[in-house]
Design a protein around this ligand. Structure first.
Ligand code: PLP
Length: 391
Protein backbone atom coordinates (compact mmCIF):
# COMPACT_ATOMS: atom_id res chain seq x y z
CA UNK A 1 0.00 0.00 0.00
CA UNK A 2 1.27 3.51 -0.76
CA UNK A 3 -0.06 6.82 0.56
CA UNK A 4 -0.17 10.52 -0.31
CA UNK A 5 -2.11 13.61 0.71
CA UNK A 6 -4.84 14.97 -1.53
CA UNK A 7 -6.47 18.38 -1.09
CA UNK A 8 -10.22 18.14 -0.48
CA UNK A 9 -10.74 21.41 -2.39
CA UNK A 10 -8.33 21.59 -5.38
CA UNK A 11 -7.33 17.88 -5.56
CA UNK A 12 -3.60 18.67 -5.64
CA UNK A 13 -1.55 15.79 -4.33
CA UNK A 14 1.39 15.98 -1.90
CA UNK A 15 3.87 13.66 -0.28
CA UNK A 16 3.13 12.82 3.35
CA UNK A 17 5.65 15.06 5.06
CA UNK A 18 5.43 17.25 8.19
CA UNK A 19 5.69 20.51 6.23
CA UNK A 20 2.23 19.84 4.76
CA UNK A 21 -0.69 20.77 6.98
CA UNK A 22 -3.48 22.49 5.05
CA UNK A 23 -3.10 22.72 1.26
CA UNK A 24 -0.45 25.35 0.38
CA UNK A 25 -2.48 26.44 -2.67
CA UNK A 26 -5.81 26.78 -0.88
CA UNK A 27 -4.68 28.03 2.56
CA UNK A 28 -4.03 31.62 1.37
CA UNK A 29 -7.79 31.85 0.66
CA UNK A 30 -8.59 31.12 4.31
CA UNK A 31 -11.19 33.54 5.67
CA UNK A 32 -11.22 34.52 9.33
CA UNK A 33 -13.88 32.91 11.51
CA UNK A 34 -14.44 30.16 8.93
CA UNK A 35 -13.58 26.45 8.94
CA UNK A 36 -10.12 25.52 7.65
CA UNK A 37 -9.85 25.81 3.89
CA UNK A 38 -7.91 23.15 2.01
CA UNK A 39 -7.99 20.18 4.40
CA UNK A 40 -5.65 17.44 3.21
CA UNK A 41 -6.88 13.87 3.20
CA UNK A 42 -4.72 10.74 3.07
CA UNK A 43 -5.21 8.72 -0.10
CA UNK A 44 -4.45 4.98 -0.30
CA UNK A 45 -3.22 3.12 -3.37
CA UNK A 46 -2.90 -0.56 -3.91
CA UNK A 47 -4.87 -3.71 -3.26
CA UNK A 48 -5.60 -4.82 0.28
CA UNK A 49 -4.19 -8.03 1.75
CA UNK A 50 -6.44 -11.05 1.94
CA UNK A 51 -6.23 -10.84 5.71
CA UNK A 52 -7.69 -7.59 7.03
CA UNK A 53 -4.96 -5.67 8.83
CA UNK A 54 -5.50 -2.18 10.27
CA UNK A 55 -1.79 -1.26 10.54
CA UNK A 56 -1.38 -1.82 6.81
CA UNK A 57 -4.01 0.85 6.12
CA UNK A 58 -2.16 3.57 8.05
CA UNK A 59 0.38 5.88 6.39
CA UNK A 60 3.01 5.64 9.17
CA UNK A 61 4.82 2.35 9.76
CA UNK A 62 4.14 0.44 13.03
CA UNK A 63 7.80 0.70 14.13
CA UNK A 64 7.26 4.42 14.85
CA UNK A 65 4.17 3.98 17.04
CA UNK A 66 4.44 4.96 20.72
CA UNK A 67 4.43 2.10 23.22
CA UNK A 68 0.94 2.71 24.61
CA UNK A 69 -2.12 0.59 23.77
CA UNK A 70 -4.47 2.89 21.83
CA UNK A 71 -7.68 1.68 20.22
CA UNK A 72 -9.08 -1.84 20.19
CA UNK A 73 -11.81 -0.43 22.36
CA UNK A 74 -14.67 -2.68 23.45
CA UNK A 75 -17.95 -2.99 21.59
CA UNK A 76 -20.73 -3.25 24.15
CA UNK A 77 -23.95 -5.19 23.63
CA UNK A 78 -26.21 -3.31 26.04
CA UNK A 79 -29.00 -5.82 26.71
CA UNK A 80 -31.14 -3.55 28.90
CA UNK A 81 -30.82 -0.66 26.47
CA UNK A 82 -31.77 -2.92 23.57
CA UNK A 83 -34.95 -3.92 25.40
CA UNK A 84 -35.64 -0.37 26.40
CA UNK A 85 -35.18 1.11 22.90
CA UNK A 86 -36.46 -1.85 20.89
CA UNK A 87 -33.28 -1.74 18.80
CA UNK A 88 -32.20 -5.37 18.72
CA UNK A 89 -28.79 -4.76 17.20
CA UNK A 90 -27.68 -1.70 19.16
CA UNK A 91 -23.98 -1.54 20.04
CA UNK A 92 -21.89 1.00 21.92
CA UNK A 93 -18.25 1.49 21.01
CA UNK A 94 -16.67 2.87 24.16
CA UNK A 95 -13.61 4.95 23.42
CA UNK A 96 -13.47 6.14 27.01
CA UNK A 97 -11.33 3.03 27.61
CA UNK A 98 -8.39 4.44 25.66
CA UNK A 99 -5.20 5.05 27.72
CA UNK A 100 -6.02 8.73 28.41
CA UNK A 101 -9.76 7.99 28.52
CA UNK A 102 -10.89 9.60 25.28
CA UNK A 103 -11.25 9.00 21.55
CA UNK A 104 -8.52 11.61 20.93
CA UNK A 105 -5.83 8.99 21.53
CA UNK A 106 -6.45 7.64 18.04
CA UNK A 107 -5.30 10.92 16.50
CA UNK A 108 -2.50 11.58 19.02
CA UNK A 109 -1.04 8.14 18.40
CA UNK A 110 -0.64 8.64 14.65
CA UNK A 111 0.68 12.20 15.09
CA UNK A 112 3.22 10.98 17.66
CA UNK A 113 4.34 8.23 15.25
CA UNK A 114 4.74 10.74 12.41
CA UNK A 115 6.76 13.09 14.62
CA UNK A 116 9.08 10.22 15.54
CA UNK A 117 9.42 9.14 11.92
CA UNK A 118 10.46 12.65 10.91
CA UNK A 119 12.69 13.22 13.96
CA UNK A 120 10.54 15.94 15.52
CA UNK A 121 10.48 15.91 19.30
CA UNK A 122 8.16 18.82 20.09
CA UNK A 123 4.40 18.81 19.49
CA UNK A 124 2.12 21.81 20.06
CA UNK A 125 -1.67 21.92 20.14
CA UNK A 126 -4.81 23.65 21.32
CA UNK A 127 -7.57 21.65 22.93
CA UNK A 128 -10.83 21.93 24.82
CA UNK A 129 -9.20 19.39 27.14
CA UNK A 130 -9.22 15.87 25.79
CA UNK A 131 -6.93 16.30 22.79
CA UNK A 132 -4.45 18.01 25.10
CA UNK A 133 -4.48 15.41 27.85
CA UNK A 134 -4.34 12.75 25.13
CA UNK A 135 -1.33 14.21 23.35
CA UNK A 136 0.34 14.76 26.72
CA UNK A 137 -0.08 11.10 27.74
CA UNK A 138 0.93 9.68 24.41
CA UNK A 139 3.84 12.11 24.16
CA UNK A 140 4.96 10.91 27.60
CA UNK A 141 5.01 7.31 26.40
CA UNK A 142 7.00 8.35 23.31
CA UNK A 143 9.35 10.75 25.14
CA UNK A 144 8.12 13.82 23.24
CA UNK A 145 7.68 17.38 24.54
CA UNK A 146 4.11 18.66 24.44
CA UNK A 147 2.98 22.32 24.50
CA UNK A 148 -0.69 22.70 25.21
CA UNK A 149 -2.95 25.77 24.85
CA UNK A 150 -6.00 25.23 27.01
CA UNK A 151 -9.00 27.57 27.48
CA UNK A 152 -9.47 28.68 31.07
CA UNK A 153 -12.86 26.92 31.20
CA UNK A 154 -11.40 23.43 30.59
CA UNK A 155 -12.61 20.95 33.24
CA UNK A 156 -10.00 20.64 36.03
CA UNK A 157 -9.52 16.89 35.51
CA UNK A 158 -8.33 17.42 31.94
CA UNK A 159 -5.90 20.16 33.01
CA UNK A 160 -4.49 18.10 35.88
CA UNK A 161 -4.24 15.03 33.65
CA UNK A 162 -2.16 16.91 31.05
CA UNK A 163 0.10 18.34 33.79
CA UNK A 164 0.52 14.88 35.33
CA UNK A 165 1.79 13.58 32.00
CA UNK A 166 4.36 16.38 32.01
CA UNK A 167 2.99 18.67 29.30
CA UNK A 168 3.80 22.37 29.31
CA UNK A 169 0.39 23.99 29.66
CA UNK A 170 -0.51 27.56 28.68
CA UNK A 171 -3.89 28.48 30.11
CA UNK A 172 -5.64 30.86 27.74
CA UNK A 173 -7.72 33.75 28.90
CA UNK A 174 -10.51 32.98 26.43
CA UNK A 175 -12.21 30.14 24.62
CA UNK A 176 -11.01 27.19 22.55
CA UNK A 177 -11.11 29.21 19.32
CA UNK A 178 -8.65 31.70 20.81
CA UNK A 179 -6.42 28.87 22.09
CA UNK A 180 -6.45 27.36 18.58
CA UNK A 181 -5.26 30.58 16.98
CA UNK A 182 -2.56 31.19 19.64
CA UNK A 183 -1.19 27.67 19.28
CA UNK A 184 -0.82 28.15 15.52
CA UNK A 185 1.11 31.37 16.03
CA UNK A 186 3.33 29.60 18.57
CA UNK A 187 4.04 26.77 16.09
CA UNK A 188 4.92 29.23 13.34
CA UNK A 189 7.37 30.98 15.65
CA UNK A 190 8.85 27.96 17.39
CA UNK A 191 8.64 25.11 14.88
CA UNK A 192 8.00 21.49 15.84
CA UNK A 193 4.87 19.63 14.84
CA UNK A 194 1.38 21.06 15.36
CA UNK A 195 -1.36 18.59 16.25
CA UNK A 196 -4.31 20.95 16.00
CA UNK A 197 -7.34 19.00 14.97
CA UNK A 198 -7.96 19.02 11.17
CA UNK A 199 -4.96 21.34 10.62
CA UNK A 200 -2.74 18.28 10.99
CA UNK A 201 -4.17 15.84 8.39
CA UNK A 202 -3.06 12.84 10.45
CA UNK A 203 -5.61 13.69 13.15
CA UNK A 204 -8.48 12.68 10.85
CA UNK A 205 -6.49 9.74 9.50
CA UNK A 206 -5.82 8.44 13.03
CA UNK A 207 -9.47 8.73 13.93
CA UNK A 208 -10.49 6.48 11.02
CA UNK A 209 -9.27 3.46 12.99
CA UNK A 210 -12.59 3.40 14.86
CA UNK A 211 -14.42 2.43 11.67
CA UNK A 212 -11.78 -0.14 10.76
CA UNK A 213 -12.18 -1.68 14.22
CA UNK A 214 -15.96 -1.70 13.90
CA UNK A 215 -15.61 -3.60 10.65
CA UNK A 216 -13.23 -6.09 12.31
CA UNK A 217 -15.53 -6.52 15.33
CA UNK A 218 -18.81 -6.84 13.44
CA UNK A 219 -17.50 -8.46 10.27
CA UNK A 220 -19.61 -5.97 8.34
CA UNK A 221 -20.34 -2.25 8.32
CA UNK A 222 -23.07 -0.95 10.65
CA UNK A 223 -26.22 0.54 9.12
CA UNK A 224 -25.92 3.71 11.15
CA UNK A 225 -23.39 5.37 13.46
CA UNK A 226 -24.13 8.15 15.97
CA UNK A 227 -21.26 10.47 16.74
CA UNK A 228 -21.03 13.76 18.62
CA UNK A 229 -19.59 16.72 16.74
CA UNK A 230 -17.46 19.67 17.76
CA UNK A 231 -14.83 20.45 15.12
CA UNK A 232 -16.12 17.62 12.93
CA UNK A 233 -12.88 15.63 12.95
CA UNK A 234 -14.23 12.48 14.55
CA UNK A 235 -17.11 12.61 12.06
CA UNK A 236 -14.64 12.91 9.17
CA UNK A 237 -12.46 10.16 10.65
CA UNK A 238 -15.46 7.83 10.90
CA UNK A 239 -16.25 8.57 7.25
CA UNK A 240 -12.61 8.14 6.19
CA UNK A 241 -12.45 4.64 7.66
CA UNK A 242 -15.59 3.54 5.84
CA UNK A 243 -14.46 5.25 2.61
CA UNK A 244 -11.21 3.26 2.73
CA UNK A 245 -13.12 0.04 3.39
CA UNK A 246 -15.37 0.80 0.42
CA UNK A 247 -12.42 1.61 -1.87
CA UNK A 248 -10.69 -1.65 -0.94
CA UNK A 249 -13.86 -3.67 -1.50
CA UNK A 250 -14.33 -4.79 2.12
CA UNK A 251 -17.79 -3.20 2.32
CA UNK A 252 -20.40 -2.27 -0.28
CA UNK A 253 -21.78 0.92 1.23
CA UNK A 254 -20.87 3.72 3.63
CA UNK A 255 -23.21 3.66 6.68
CA UNK A 256 -25.55 6.51 7.47
CA UNK A 257 -23.77 8.80 9.90
CA UNK A 258 -25.71 10.93 12.37
CA UNK A 259 -23.69 13.88 13.66
CA UNK A 260 -25.00 15.22 16.97
CA UNK A 261 -24.33 18.72 18.30
CA UNK A 262 -25.46 20.61 21.37
CA UNK A 263 -28.37 22.96 20.65
CA UNK A 264 -26.28 25.82 22.04
CA UNK A 265 -23.13 24.97 20.03
CA UNK A 266 -24.46 23.93 16.66
CA UNK A 267 -22.42 25.63 13.92
CA UNK A 268 -22.18 22.55 11.71
CA UNK A 269 -25.87 21.76 12.15
CA UNK A 270 -26.76 25.29 11.03
CA UNK A 271 -24.39 25.14 8.06
CA UNK A 272 -25.85 21.74 7.10
CA UNK A 273 -29.24 23.39 6.74
CA UNK A 274 -28.36 26.83 5.38
CA UNK A 275 -24.98 26.31 3.72
CA UNK A 276 -22.99 28.98 5.56
CA UNK A 277 -20.87 28.98 8.71
CA UNK A 278 -21.89 31.80 11.01
CA UNK A 279 -19.95 32.46 14.19
CA UNK A 280 -22.18 32.71 17.21
CA UNK A 281 -20.59 32.53 20.69
CA UNK A 282 -21.54 29.17 22.16
CA UNK A 283 -21.67 27.32 25.44
CA UNK A 284 -22.81 23.86 26.50
CA UNK A 285 -22.50 21.42 29.38
CA UNK A 286 -20.60 19.17 26.91
CA UNK A 287 -17.29 21.05 26.90
CA UNK A 288 -15.63 18.70 24.38
CA UNK A 289 -18.07 19.74 21.66
CA UNK A 290 -18.23 23.42 22.57
CA UNK A 291 -16.85 25.06 19.43
CA UNK A 292 -17.72 28.38 17.77
CA UNK A 293 -15.92 27.72 14.46
CA UNK A 294 -15.78 24.01 13.59
CA UNK A 295 -12.27 23.77 12.16
CA UNK A 296 -13.13 20.78 10.01
CA UNK A 297 -16.60 22.11 9.23
CA UNK A 298 -16.34 22.55 5.47
CA UNK A 299 -14.86 19.09 4.93
CA UNK A 300 -17.34 17.47 7.33
CA UNK A 301 -20.23 19.19 5.56
CA UNK A 302 -19.15 17.93 2.15
CA UNK A 303 -18.84 14.36 3.50
CA UNK A 304 -22.32 14.53 5.04
CA UNK A 305 -23.80 15.72 1.74
CA UNK A 306 -21.90 13.16 -0.37
CA UNK A 307 -22.83 10.15 1.76
CA UNK A 308 -26.33 11.09 2.87
CA UNK A 309 -25.48 11.81 6.48
CA UNK A 310 -27.67 13.71 8.91
CA UNK A 311 -27.02 16.45 11.47
CA UNK A 312 -29.12 16.88 14.60
CA UNK A 313 -29.02 18.81 17.85
CA UNK A 314 -29.85 17.95 21.46
CA UNK A 315 -30.35 20.24 24.44
CA UNK A 316 -28.07 20.27 27.49
CA UNK A 317 -30.97 18.79 29.44
CA UNK A 318 -31.25 15.91 26.96
CA UNK A 319 -27.48 15.36 27.16
CA UNK A 320 -27.56 15.13 30.95
CA UNK A 321 -30.55 12.75 30.84
CA UNK A 322 -28.80 10.60 28.24
CA UNK A 323 -25.68 10.54 30.40
CA UNK A 324 -27.47 9.24 33.48
CA UNK A 325 -29.57 6.83 31.41
CA UNK A 326 -26.40 5.26 30.01
CA UNK A 327 -24.90 5.08 33.46
CA UNK A 328 -28.02 3.50 34.95
CA UNK A 329 -29.08 1.07 32.25
CA UNK A 330 -25.75 0.12 30.72
CA UNK A 331 -23.20 0.71 33.46
CA UNK A 332 -21.28 2.98 31.13
CA UNK A 333 -20.33 6.36 32.55
CA UNK A 334 -19.40 8.65 29.68
CA UNK A 335 -18.73 12.38 29.66
CA UNK A 336 -21.47 14.70 28.34
CA UNK A 337 -19.99 14.87 24.82
CA UNK A 338 -20.10 11.08 24.65
CA UNK A 339 -23.66 11.04 25.97
CA UNK A 340 -24.69 13.57 23.29
CA UNK A 341 -24.36 10.83 20.67
CA UNK A 342 -26.75 8.65 22.64
CA UNK A 343 -29.11 11.61 23.17
CA UNK A 344 -29.16 11.88 19.37
CA UNK A 345 -30.08 8.23 19.01
CA UNK A 346 -32.94 8.64 21.50
CA UNK A 347 -34.30 11.47 19.38
CA UNK A 348 -33.93 9.60 16.08
CA UNK A 349 -35.38 6.28 17.29
CA UNK A 350 -38.59 6.62 15.28
CA UNK A 351 -36.60 6.80 12.05
CA UNK A 352 -34.52 3.67 12.74
CA UNK A 353 -35.54 0.14 11.82
CA UNK A 354 -35.71 -2.15 14.89
CA UNK A 355 -33.44 -4.67 13.16
CA UNK A 356 -30.84 -2.27 11.82
CA UNK A 357 -27.32 -2.49 13.16
CA UNK A 358 -26.63 0.71 15.02
CA UNK A 359 -23.49 1.90 16.76
CA UNK A 360 -23.25 4.77 19.25
CA UNK A 361 -19.75 6.10 19.87
CA UNK A 362 -19.09 7.12 23.44
CA UNK A 363 -16.00 9.26 23.13
CA UNK A 364 -14.78 10.04 26.66
CA UNK A 365 -14.90 8.70 30.21
CA UNK A 366 -17.38 10.31 32.61
CA UNK A 367 -14.71 10.93 35.25
CA UNK A 368 -13.16 13.53 32.93
CA UNK A 369 -15.79 16.05 33.99
CA UNK A 370 -17.55 15.26 37.26
CA UNK A 371 -18.69 18.89 37.52
CA UNK A 372 -21.09 18.39 34.62
CA UNK A 373 -22.07 14.87 35.65
CA UNK A 374 -23.03 16.23 39.07
CA UNK A 375 -25.79 18.25 37.39
CA UNK A 376 -27.54 14.99 36.47
CA UNK A 377 -27.66 13.50 39.96
CA UNK A 378 -28.66 14.52 43.46
CA UNK A 379 -25.77 14.49 45.86
CA UNK A 380 -27.04 13.70 49.40
CA UNK A 381 -26.82 16.87 51.48
CA UNK A 382 -26.69 15.29 54.91
CA UNK A 383 -23.97 13.02 56.23
CA UNK A 384 -25.09 10.36 58.66
CA UNK A 385 -23.65 9.70 62.08
CA UNK A 386 -25.17 6.40 63.04
CA UNK A 387 -27.22 3.74 61.30
CA UNK A 388 -30.29 4.97 63.19
CA UNK A 389 -30.27 8.09 61.02
CA UNK A 390 -31.37 6.03 57.99
CA UNK A 391 -33.36 3.10 59.36
C1 PLP B 1 -13.20 15.99 20.76
C2 PLP B 1 -14.36 15.26 21.27
C3 PLP B 1 -15.55 15.16 20.53
C4 PLP B 1 -15.78 15.85 19.22
O1 PLP B 1 -14.82 15.60 18.23
P1 PLP B 1 -14.62 16.65 17.05
O2 PLP B 1 -13.58 16.03 16.21
O3 PLP B 1 -14.17 17.93 17.67
O4 PLP B 1 -15.91 16.81 16.35
C5 PLP B 1 -16.56 14.41 21.06
N1 PLP B 1 -16.46 13.81 22.26
C6 PLP B 1 -15.34 13.89 23.01
C7 PLP B 1 -15.30 13.22 24.33
C8 PLP B 1 -14.25 14.61 22.53
O5 PLP B 1 -13.16 14.71 23.30
Amino acid sequence: MTFNYRCTICSASYEIRPEYTVCPHCAPNQKTDQPLHGILEVELHGPASDKFNIAELLPIEPEFFPPIPVGNTPLWEPRRLREFTGLKQLFIKDDGTNPTASFKDRASCLVSAAARKFNINEITLASTGNAGSSMAGIGAAAGQHINLFLPESAPPAKLIQALQYGARVFRVNGNYDKAYDLSLIYSHLKGGMNRNTAYNPLTIEGKKTVSLELFAQLDRAPDAVFVSVGDGCILAGVYKGFKDLLQLGYIGEVPKIFGVQAETSDALFRAFHCGVFETIPTSTVADSICVDVPRNGAHALSLLKTYGGEMMTVSDQEILEAQSELSRTVGLFTEPAGAAAYAGLRKAIGALGPDSLIVVLTTGNGLKDTGSAALGVEVPEQCIDTIDDII
